[in-house]
Design a protein around this ligand. Structure first.
Ligand code: FAD
Ligand code: SF4
Length: 442
């Protein structure tokens, strides 16, 4: 009798635990489906660097890839099969592919319908143009440790003079090497070139540190060992954004890499004297070799209107707190613009938040962003200025034109332009660098 009661008691407990487990699974699947729908609202999107392609007929639904992925809600189990629910969140760790027990995942560029354009590089990261290198995420492979390693390898090739142009050691004011992009790849390359005694300059449109500067506060970063030239190895599987920022400060303090910030590089060409000319908006340089370490984010599109050069115009929202008490206008209608307007509205400390967009409605935007911005517009925390275009920017106002070419003047203290950008591939192609488009290829 006792043993029968024990048996049924244990059975009931097992069924109860199973039902809890099943409920948790259903909830997770519901979240995954919502994320997938949210991202699908933007159309056909793919990761710009390597991302997993899952073979559904091999997948056994073990969930090992889901547990292994360090990013949240990128890969999930849907109806018992792994699915890449948010390609935009994938940064190419490849942890999912390594964890899969049945080799159902391979890492690819693009998908069968959406190609990813990449520069054609040799094994030293040199492009079709002698002396011009591409290192880091710009070459199609994400991750900090890859960027550090590729920057070093490209620099090594330059130091060896292996591309046929010996460093010129400052002849006629030219540099031995110019590095564009002060992210992990550019920093690593610059340190290696300095170590070898070459004259080098590191140029960036923003500051020292690259994409990491824009990570969310306290983001946990999976790195592995970072092997920097001169500085040595930085160990730790996981580092926080703040620890990486400390590292950048330490490198700057101890090694003082020659740095020119605030220069958006727009052109590159080979000169008759064998040098390479690199042109930025307000400066140009000549160098025997150039390493392009521009990352994968591209350059922000400018409005090209009078007044855009004034200091109240920026192209990124870092801290909503900077805009306390100000009348802020965000320009654009994609995810970045909508997310900036939402962040400012959530902050609640601005005098006003407006969103100027040239179309009638927000296109190519995540479904959740669309829903939330409509709520803010209805509640009045964001003023929607749809079907408007910025005509000029003045000290205390922005001049807008509507579809009928009627002008209006909006009081304003700050403008954040997020109207898309030039993909890095387009910039590389304009430099004469040969590209290839990959459709779901390893
Ligand atoms: C949210 C997020 C989380 C991530 N998490 C991780 C993680 O956990 N682990 C990991 O290993 N990786 C992670 N990554 C990826 C990692 O940040 C990148 O792979 C790495 O920063 C690439 O380094 P990079 O030097 O190639 O380029 P970047 O770091 O992107 O630096 C490129 C630099 O080039 C500059 N630049 C671009 N165009 C121009 C131009 N025309 N003129 C002048 N300067 C220009 C930019 O201002 C920038 O400073 C994450 C990325 C994101 C967005
Ligand atoms: S490649 Fe990395 S970020 Fe992408 S799904 Fe796999 S583990 Fe996650």
């Amino acid at each position: 009798m006792t043993s029968t009661l024990t048996f049924f008691g244990l059975l009931a407990l097992a069924l109860f635990i199973y039902s809890l487990w099943e409920r948790a699974d259903r909830r997770k699947e519901g979240v995954a489906r919502r994320i997938a729908e949210d991202v699908r609202a933007m159309g056909d999107v793919v990761a710009q660097s390597l991302s997993p392609s899952i073979n559904p007929s091999l997948c056994i639904g073990s969930g090992a890839c889901v547990s292994a992925c360090p990013e949240k809600s990128v890969i999930a189990l849907v109806q018992g099969r792994a699915q890449l629910v948010n390609p935009l969140g994938c940064i190419g760790h490849g942890a999912c592919a390594t964890a899969c027990p049945v080799d159902a995942i391979k890492l690819v560029y693009g998908s069968s319908t959406q190609g990813v354009e990449l520069p054609i590089l040799d094994s030293h990261f040199q492009t079709n143009q002698a002396g011009v290198y591409v290192a880091g995420e710009l070459g199609g492979m994400g991750l900090i440790r890859n960027a550090v390693s590729q920057g070093r390898q490209a620099a090594d090739h330059i130091i060896a003079g292996a591309h046929g142009r010996a460093p010129r050691r400052g002849v006629g004011g030219a540099l031995d090497a110019l590095v564009v992009g002060a992210g992990p790849a550019g920093i690593s390359a610059t340190l290696r070139l300095m170590e070898a005694g070459l004259s080098v300059l590191l140029v960036d449109r923003e500051g020292f540190g690259g994409t990491i500067l824009h990570y969310p506060r306290a983001k946990v970063v999976m790195t592995g060992v970072l092997d920097f030239p001169v500085y040595g190895k930085v160990r730790g599987q996981k580092l926080s954004k703040e620890q990486l920022m400390e590292l950048w400060l330490d490198i700057q303090r101890r090694w003082r890499p020659p740095l020119a910030t605030g220069h958006l590089v727009t052109g590159l060409s080979a000169r008759a004297d064998g040098m390479i000319e690199v042109v930025a908006e307000h400066a140009s340089w000549r160098a025997a070799s150039v390493i392009l370490a521009l990352g994968g984010r591209g350059s922000p599109r400018k409005l090209e209107v009078p007044g855009e050069e004034c200091s109240k115009v920026s192209y990124r929202l870092l801290e909503p707190g900077e805009f306390r008490g100000k009348h802020v206008m965000v320009v654009g209608g994609g995810n970045s613009a909508v997310e900036s307007a939402l962040a400012l509205a959530d902050f609640g400390g601005c005098a006003s938040v407006s969103l100027s967009y040239r179309r009638k409605e927000f296109a190519r935007c995540r479904a959740d962003n669309k829903r939330r911005i409509q709520e803010c517009i209805q509640s009045g925390s964001v003023q929607a200025l749809l079907s408007t275009e910025v005509v000029s920017i003045e000290g205390d106002a922005v001049l807008l034109s509507d579809e009928q070419k009627r002008m209006s003047r909006v009081q304003n203290d700050a403008v954040i332009v997020q109207a898309g950008g030039t993909p890095p591939a387009q910039l590389l192609a304009s430099f004469g660098i040969q590209m290839v488009t990959k459709y779901g290829e390893a």
